[in-house]
Design a protein around this ligand. Structure first.
Ligand code: TRP
Length: 330
């Protein structure tokens, strides 16, 4: 049997090109090579305590975008994390094989903790045990391959550590999952500074209409040393140039490079080419999303069916786990 892939994606507002190149594109490609399981991780999203109606809406929206991007329920299992109770149960069990010290060293925990504190919020324990729930997502399916961005490598290493400790205590139960990085390890946002993210407002949404994309690009950073139209630019110092590699053909990119260096091509022209490349990719995705938008029951049925299939696999794992650790029915 082919190896099993699992990944999770957070339902944060609208998914953007960073999510697409960092994860979704990879998910779509992996469907044909592995037994692929993908979940929208609404329990993880609870760490920021969203309003109930927002979380629900964003969860469905994320599923809609994943389907529009090419996840095919005939070739993968797509479901919502909270629809399969095993995730939360296994997270507790794995927490008992997780070192407190290891969790305190997670950089994402430190970042999110600092952010919460700076907003005057508590540092909730959910952001602390977040990586344990992530390990549970993976291990409930005994998945061996986990497509992620490089910011998740530390969480994956922790999941492997948890597996080793659990297996050492209770006997061989889980395989050690390994990360599969996409070629786009990190997609920098339109500010040219930080990873693309909706909360930073430096993103292009997968479903953004062309006029929205153009407006966002107008204020996007390019080579900051290129002040006037006739100044020659340095593509290496331009984030729009970096973004071109994801959507524009190599021939066109070579043209842009020479044009920028010789100042025959201005930043406005370069952004125009970028907008056209984005539309070439995103136009068909948006069209599929519009169809699904009118058929919300289709999305719900796909997710229900996905949860059923996911649950069957996860429950089988849980039966073994419960037996090994001495809980559950006698
Ligand atoms: N933590 C991941 C992220 O922020 C999302 C995630 C949750 C995940 N569960 C997972 C990724 C399981 C891979 C496998 O991107």
């Amino acid at each position: 049997m082919s190896q099993r892939v699992l990944s999770g994606i957070q339902p944060t507002g609208s998914l953007h090109l960073g999510n697409y190149f960092g994860a979704i594109q990879n998910y779509v490609a992996l469907q044909d090579r592995y037994e692929s399981i993908y979940c929208v991780v609404d329990l993880h999203a609870l760490t920021s305590r969203p309003r109930a109606e927002d979380l629900k809406k964003n969860t469905l929206e994320a599923a809609k975008i994943l389907l529009s991007c090419g996840l095919d329920p005939k070739r993968c299992v797509l479901f919502v994390q909270s629809h399969v109770p095993a995730h939360a149960e296994l997270a507790w069990i794995l927490a008992c094989s997780t070192a407190y010290g290891d969790l305190t060293r997670m950089t994402q925990f430190k970042e999110k903790g600092d952010l919460a504190q700076s907003k005057g919020d508590i540092i909730n324990t959910g952001i602390f045990t977040y990586p344990v729930l992530q390990a549970a997502d993976i291990l409930a399916y005994r998945a061996e391959i986990v497509p992620v961005g490089d910011d998740q490598l530390q969480h994956l290493e922790l999941a492997r550590e948890i597996v080793r400790r659990f297996n050492a205590t209770y006997g061989e139960t889980f395989p050690e999952p390994r990360p599969l990085l996409s070629t786009a390890k990190r997609v920098i946002g339109l500010d040219g500074e930080a990873k693309m993210s909706k909360s930073r407002g430096n993103d292009i949404g997968i479903l953004d209409a062309p006029d929205v994309v153009k407006k966002k690009l107008a204020s996007a950073k390019t080579d900051i040393k290129r002040l006037r139209r006739n100044d020659p630019g340095e593509p290496k110092d331009c984030n729009i140039f970096a973004l071109h590699q994801f959507v524009t053909s190599p021939e066109k990119i070579a043209e842009i490079e020479t044009g920028c260096r010789s100042a025959s091509l201005g930043c406005v022209d370069c952004k125009g080419i970028f907008a056209a490349s984005v539309e070439h990719l995103a136009g068909p995705i948006r069209a599929r999303a519009e169809v699904l938008e009118r058929r919300p029951d289709d999305i719900k049925n796909i997710l229900r069916d996905g949860a059923g299939r996911a649950n069957a696999i996860a429950e089988a794992t849980m039966e073994t786990v419960r037996k090994k650790i001495g809980i559950g029915e006698f």
